[in-house]
Design a protein around this ligand. Structure first.
Ligand code: IPE
Ligand code: IPE
Ligand code: MG
Length: 235
């Protein structure tokens, strides 16, 4: 990893857990469980190699369309992981933020999220933005409502609204995404951070998320370093 540029803000669409489990003759939920170990090691590695911001797509607003048993399993898993398995975040100086709607997340999950945010709020090596019950379409609706209210209350004028202002008023005020990785070979964003990804580079490895290990991450960074980013200018 020496001499390679590490993207400042990486987005990871953690896809393929169900197929990974199915290939092993197991229930889809087994894939979600195994994805947790992959994720933990990846976070440790990202903190070590100097990633500053990482947005993780954990559960979309549309994922509520799944069978209730899978949704319930995931909600339980989130709660347990946030409570018990994220102690390493303190050691690695990782700060957690969440993006997404609170409604209709169960109270126990919301509580574990709030506790994690509070516990890690003074950490500052890596910011982990967990997108849970997140959808970009909801984000732009919620942001529009928030800005309309500021306008109505007389706190801003129309001239205050520009691209940076919108960016600052999304669920979290974060720098733009530089690199978006979606595992499992699907070539779509599925409602993930469209505003923030306007000039991101995209990478779609075939591996399912539970197999996205340090070696796969290195491959992704090598690929990122081959890209020629122009931002609309001419080089
Ligand atoms: C990603 O894996 C995890 C979530 C969306 C919560 P999937 O559950 O989408 O797995 P596949 O894509 O069906 O294999
Ligand atoms: C996107 O994956 C959401 C997450 C990884 C959390 P999905 O598996 O839900 O996306 P689609 O349905 O294949 O587009
Ligand atoms: Mg999927």
């Amino acid at each position: 990893m020496d001499n390679l540029v590490i993207p400042n803000h990486i987005g990871i669409i953690m896809d393929g857990n169900g197929r990974w489990a199915k290939e092993r003759g197991m229930a889809r939920t087994y894939g979600h469980k195994c994805a947790v170990s992959t994720l933990k090691d990846l976070c440790i590695y990202m903190a070590d190699v100097g990633v500053k911001y990482c947005s993780l797509y954990a559960f979309s607003t549309e994922n509520f369309k799944r069978d209730l048993s899978e949704v319930n399993y995931l909600m339980d898993l989130f709660m347990k992981v946030f409570h018990k398995e994220f102690d390493f975040l303190m050691e690695k100086d990782v700060k957690v933020l969440f993006s997404g709607r609170r409604e209709p997340l169960p109270e126990k999950v919301l509580k574990s999220m709030d506790e994690l945010v509070k516990k890690t709020r003074d950490n500052n090596k890596l910011v982990l933005n967990i997108c849970l019950n997140y959808g970009f379409q909801s984000e732009i609706v919620d942001t529009t409502k928030k800005i309309c209210k500021m306008y109505k209350d007389g706190n801003i004028s129309l001239e205050d609204i520009d691209e940076k202002f919108i960016e600052k008023n999304l669920y979290q005020s974060l720098p733009p995404l530089d690199f978006v990785i979606r595992t499992s070979g699907e070539l779509r964003l599925s409602n993930f951070m469209l505003y923030q990804a306007s000039y991101a580079e995209f990478y779609f490895p075939k591996v399912y998320f539970p197999d996205f290990n340090r070696n796969e991450f290195d491959k992704a960074i090598i690929e990122y370093n081959k890209r020629d980013r122009r931002f609309g200018g001419i080089k």
